[in-house]
Design a protein around this ligand. Sequence first.
Ligand SMILES: [Zn+2]
Ligand SMILES: [Zn+2]
Length: 382
Amino acid sequence: MTQKVLAAVRTAPGTTEMREFDRPEIDEDSALLQVEVAGICGTDVKLYSNPPTSPATRGPVIMGHENVGVIAEAGAKFKARHGLREGDRVFVEHYVGCFNCEWCRIGEYRHCEATDWRTNPHARRFGYTSADNPGTLWGGFSQYMYLPWNAVLHKIPDTITAEQAGLVMPLSNGIEWALLTAGVGYNDTVLIQGPGQQGLSQLVAAKQAGASKIIVSGTTRDKRRFDLAKELGADEVIDVLQEDPREKVMDLTDGRGVDFVLDCTSRAGTAPVLLGIDVLKRREGTLLIQGELAAFPDFPVKQVTEKAITIKSARGHSFNACELAVAQLASGRFPLEKLATHRYGIDQVDHAIRVLAGETEEDAIHISLMPELVGQAGGAVR
Ligand SMILES: [Zn+2]
Ligand SMILES: [Zn+2]
């Protein structure tokens, strides 16, 4: 085994360098993952240009929080605790909870202070934590990643390809938000705003849950994504720049409005939330929000109250959602691999993040970063 590990390191906002690290020592409580694929999402775009500055996240950071790989080396206690051994293929959640607090005790470790850098300056999670922390390799844009005792792992069957495996995280978010948080179910009508990796994942979750009408909205440049949305089961699509989305949703629901609105837009301001409030059914609709905005001037609180709207927050994923995502991918029911549009070596992290941010001409839905592609060109796979 190599004693040096090659990783892409964010050394400053918007700057990446390739570096070699010593292979970390593994004790009986920890393990080392050989990274197969690390997905990237909108969070990487934000964190790349505007990194968090808590003590645990300051310094050189190996990003990559959506990671799949093979257990390369593991201590005896780690193997016993996780029921795993060397050679097992796993998806690694980015949370590392304490497993002793009120949230961890009920299985909601995504809310644990030990892994929430927003409220705890010493919190750690994969893809955010600096290489100055014990274990060094805290992100997936690396040949190997360190796994402490409290890493949360999900077995991935060998029938799932590397690129499909890279979709576990967006799909688990889709299942968490549409199904478990919002509660979309049998015969429901749903408006999904934004046909990116997150919107399309929620579309699949809503379809599998039994929604009777799924409408996906986007803009004119989403043409290709609209086609994919239809292929994945969307009943209707709306280009909000070409047609009036309020009228169209009402037409499509016989004037009733939808049961659920799921906002998966990015950098779209207040418009998606205002549209959602307008097109929800007359009473008791549910609006799922992502809270990108720090403030919302003239928020229509009267309308929300009068329509008895429930607002739910999209906040990561649970263990159950990850297990359901793996099962959904393994089932092959939906052509989810079509979301995986681009792949690059970890030596192209900077470019890949800029592609996902829309700074280039390439239209990527989901991007996989792979250590084994280092030195190769990378780019669109379909
Ligand atoms: Zn992500
Ligand atoms: Zn905890």
